[in-house]
Design a protein around this ligand. Structure first.
Ligand SMILES: Cc1cc2nc3c(=O)[nH]c(=O)nc-3n(C[C@H](O)[C@H](O)[C@H](O)COP(=O)(O)O)c2cc1C
Length: 223
């Protein structure tokens, strides 16, 4: 019954959330899905009940738990919650936003107060900056340079080690290199080294080498 599991028992979800709201003076917000499965798309009712017990904002992922990540997120129900005249708390939409254009289009089409982004930010945390600038000016910033990409990956690695310890931090970081360096030509060889190394000093050296290699390449090609 963890996470979206609670969508199978809405009265319990409401009781549980109410206890949390009552036990703190801090604002409590909820993030959930449209419902447990296609036969229980109850987010409209759930949103009203959550608002009634005092939550301060609601984020909705436009899928059911049963869908996991399959198909496209259905934003129409998110829009219905937002446009319900009884709802006055901020409603954030979530699901499948992966470009600044889509973020603006969905924000305008469904009227949501904000957007949450998950997968598109993995290995590309610049998506938030891109969207903010696009919404403010209509322009998208230049793609991050090799230098920025390497330095952000390095910071991520260091933070991962700080948080999880050397061994786990290094291993957990492995899945992220592909995303940080996804469109670099022939990056496989560097990636293979990054995912087999267990020493942070050596990893830092590989990152330096990778940076120098692609900076050099870019001096000589139109890439
Ligand atoms: C690695 C990963 C971990 C996640 N962990 C959680 C979580 O702990 N709680 C939660 O509500 N959603 C979690 N999600 C779901 C996301 O918050 C989001 O609802 C979903 O990815 C859809 O948004 P997206 O299309 O922008 O990725 C997770 C998603 C990913 C990819």
């Amino acid at each position: 019954m963890a996470g979206a599991g609670i969508l199978q028992d809405i009265p319990k979800m409401i009781r549980l959330t109410e206890k949390v709201v009552k036990s703190t003076s801090l604002p409590v917000t909820v993030k959930t899905r449209l419902g447990w499965d296609e036969n229980s798309l109850n987010i409209e009712e759930v949103a009203e009940r959550l608002q009634d017990i005092g939550i301060q904002a609601l984020s909705i992922h436009g899928r059911t738990r049963k869908q996991m990540y399959k198909g496209e997120a259905d934003w129409t129900l998110i829009g219905k919650v937002k446009n319900n005249p009884r709802i006055h708390i901020p409603i954030f939409g979530n699901g499948d936003i992966d470009t600044p254009q889509k973020a603006l289009e969905y924000k305008e089409r469904y009227g949501v107060d904000g957007i949450m982004i998950g997968r598109a930010s993995i290995g590309y945390p610049w998506i938030f900056r891109d969207i903010k600038q696009y919404m403010a000016t209509g322009n998208i910033p230049d793609a991050p340079s090799i230098d920025e990409r390497v330095e952000v990956a390095r910071k991520h690695l260091m933070k991962s080690i700080e948080w999880k310890g050397e061994r786990v931090g290094i291993v957990e970081m492995r899945r992220h290199y592909t995303n940080y360096f996804r469109d670099l030509p022939n990056v496989k060889e560097f990636r293979a080294r990054l995912v087999s190394e267990m020493e942070s000093a050596a990893l830092n050296e590989i990152l330096d080498e990778l940076k120098a290699h692609y900076q050099e390449m870019m001096l000589h090609t139109e890439y």
